[in-house]
Write a protein that binds this ligand. Structure first.
Ligand SMILES: [Zn+2]
Ligand SMILES: [Zn+2]
Length: 243
């Protein structure tokens, strides 16, 4: 589905298999892929690229919103097939290039312990990050993409703000499985930081929000995020923790 005229969303796989993350194609002179879903999505991504009138070598960039395996599963294969430049936030790059192991569930501790022998379920093929991103960086794609560092879910989670489209792509900062809300606590490293990042997102001037999981909100999305940020702030009492 098209989220805006130039942004196309491939939905994550559902059903019996764990649902992979949504994948976004930003259509400009070249194609930018945002997140790559679970492994074995490469063929379907390249298929969509062709359907949209581009060729695989036109895929010039791959941006990861964060390092989780449901977002970087097809990264190695897709990079190989396209030669695209891989970009991710500095703080998540070590998990992507394999210099730090992919952590399993963040909590509860007992679950992390029980599941640690199965760590390879989360493991993805390590891939070198070609360009490190930081808060406030701007990329010359679709009239300018602004990088917002929104840590909490992972240390290097980012949102992509595209002012010309009034669109934010938020990765797993928020999900929209049934209604917009926080991602699973099990896989989120720091909930207080996460709520602060939702507040940061609410300060951005967008109309459309696209999630790593679930359907986008295509109109007047910002008040929804603002209300959510206020609610979460009270619930998690993070007021004093704001930087
Ligand atoms: Zn995810
Ligand atoms: Zn995630």
């Amino acid at each position: 589905m098209f989220v805006t005229q130039n942004v196309y969303q491939l939905s994550g796989r559902r059903g019996a298999r764990p649902s992979g993350a949504n994948i976004f194609l930003l259509l400009d002179n070249s194609v930018t892929v945002v997140d790559t879903g679970l492994s074995s999505r490469t063929a379907s991504i390249l298929n969509e690229v062709r359907q949209l009138g581009y060729k695989p070598p036109d895929v010039a960039h791959i941006i990861l919103t964060h390092h989780h395996a449901d977002h970087m599963g097809s990264l190695a294969e897709l990079k190989k097939a396209t030669g695209a430049e891989v970009m991710a936030h500095t703080a998540d790059a070590p998990y992507i290039n394999g210099s730090l192991p992919q952590p399993g569930p963040a909590r509860p501790k007992w679950l992390a312990k029980v599941l640690s022998p199965f760590g390879r379920i989360w493991a993805s093929t390590p891939v070198e990050v070609d360009k490190l991103l930081n808060d406030g960086d701007e990329l010359p794609i679709l009239g300018g993409i602004k990088i917002l560092h929104t840590p909490g879910h992972t240390p290097g989670s980012i949102c992509l703000f595209i002012p010309q489209q009034k669109l934010v792509i938020v990765g797993d900062l928020l999900t929209n499985r049934f209604r917009p809300g926080l991602p699973s606590r099990v896989f989120t490293v720091d909930m207080v930081q996460e709520v602060n990042s939702v507040k940061k997102l609410a300060s951005v001037d967008f109309d459309i929000i696209a999630f790593g999981h679930g359907r986008p909100i295509l109109h007047e999305a910002r008040p929804t995020v603002t209300r959510l940020a206020e609610k979460l702030e009270n619930k998690y009492k993070v007021q004093g923790a704001m930087k």
